[in-house]
Write a protein that binds this ligand. Structure first.
Ligand code: NDP
Length: 332
């Protein structure tokens, strides 16, 4: 089977030469392990951080080793009594066709309950990030006005819809294309949305779309968006700092917001989130969100790129905004 290796650490934007697709033999699993044929692979923004050789909340990718990441696959050989051939599992040995993994690290998922790719998106890590980041970290409450950046992406599209479903007064989103803006307001029920790539500064577009200010900001982007949100947050406003993708490919540290004094004056609360801290919410999240999906109240999109050969293209495309909703690599 083939697996992607990182062969050189990117400087700024990754380039195809930083990666290599390497053939490795597929062998019978040892006791306590399962052999999985991967069906869907995830590419996520946090993987960019793992390409740098710096200490962070996830260790860096090792050079010339198979890369890792979320994946869903089918068990094709099992040496552990908990798994049978044909079971579908979620695990962390993505970026490859076949995964030989310790059975302890595989989670069974059901193809009857939901399409398998959704365990990487709306019912998976990004969905839980939206749920925990909005309802727990930002202490969202009915009647709040919410602003979310990266609003047409895997996390952001769920944040906006979840806020509406739980009684937000107004939901505003920003994203990087006219089509995405249309999707947010016409399909996902956002009250307003703007394209941050338009000429007008984010701070102005936010003021126009949320004239009475925002109570909650869900930050996927950082930079200019965070500064604008600080200026629009109301007294005692809350922000969940989830990601700062606008800076992930910068080679120098990104300057912070210039209006930090407003945090004091308005007694704002800006709090980071790591989804891994919120595993306790998983059962409640799956119950509530799967019901919303079944009833059609919560919508989701996936952008699918076909084939292991295009795993890196999918990753780079996601960083450039070519995805609407979760970016998925399909091997089926
Ligand atoms: P998305 O599906 O949102 O894909 C990334 C999107 O980022 C692109 O589609 C693009 O959309 C947007 N983007 C790229 N560059 C910029 C830029 N310079 N300015 C503004 N937007 C940009 O990814 P996810 O939903 O998986 O992740 C969203 C954020 O959440 C990321 O920052 C990620 O790191 C973070 N995250 C954090 C977690 C945590 O535990 N803290 C867990 C999961 C995700 P567009 O066309 O709109 O530009």
């Amino acid at each position: 089977g083939r697996a992607w290796h990182l062969v050189r650490r990117p400087n700024g934007w990754p380039v195809p030469e930083d990666f290599a697709l390497v053939e490795t033999p597929v062998t019978e699993p040892a006791p306590g392990r399962v052999l999985v044929r991967n069906l869907y692979l995830s590419v996520d923004p946090y993987m960019r951080g793992r390409m740098n050789d710096v200490k962070s909340y996830v260790p860096p990718f090792q050079l010339d080793e198979p890369m890792t990441g979320g994946a869903v696959g089918e068990v094709i050989a099992s040496a552990d009594e908990r798994f049978a051939v044909g079971d579908h599992v979620l695990h962390d040995l993505g970026w490859r066709e076949y995964a030989d993994l310790k059975a302890d690290y595989a989670t069974k998922v059901s193809a009857e309950l939901a399409p398998l790719s959704t365990y990487l998106g709306v019912l998976g890590m990004p969905g839980l990030t939206a749920y925990a980041g909005l309802f727990e970290v930002a202490s969202f409450k009915e009647g709040d006005t919410v602003f979310v950046s990266g609003a047409a992406g895997a996390v952001g599209s769920q944040v906006g819809q979840m806020a509406k479903l739980r009684g937000a007064k107004r939901v505003v989103g920003s994203a990087g294309s006219a089509d995405k803006i249309k999707l947010l307001t016409e399909e996902y029920g956002f009250d307003a949305a703007f394209n941050y790539k338009d000429d007008a500064p984010v701070v102005e577009q936010l003021r126009e779309t949320a004239p009475e200010g925002i109570d909650v900001y869900f930050d996927n982007v950082g930079g200019e968006h965070l500064e604008a949100a600080i200026s629009s947050l109301t007294v005692h406003g809350r922000a969940t700092l989830c990601g700062a993708i606008s800076g992930y490919n910068e080679t120098e540290p990104v300057p912070g917001p210039r209006n930090m004094m407003a945090i004091i004056g308005k007694r704002l609360r800006l709090q980071g989130i790591l989804v891994a801290d919120h595993a306790d919410l998983q059962p409640k999240f799956v119950e509530e969100v799967s019901a919303w999906i079944r009833s059609g109240e919560l919508k989701y999109h996936e952008t699918t790129v076909e084939g292991i050969d295009h795993n890196v293209d999918a990753f780079l495309g996601m960083l450039r905004g070519e995805n609407t909703g979760k970016m998925i690599v399909s091997l089926v």
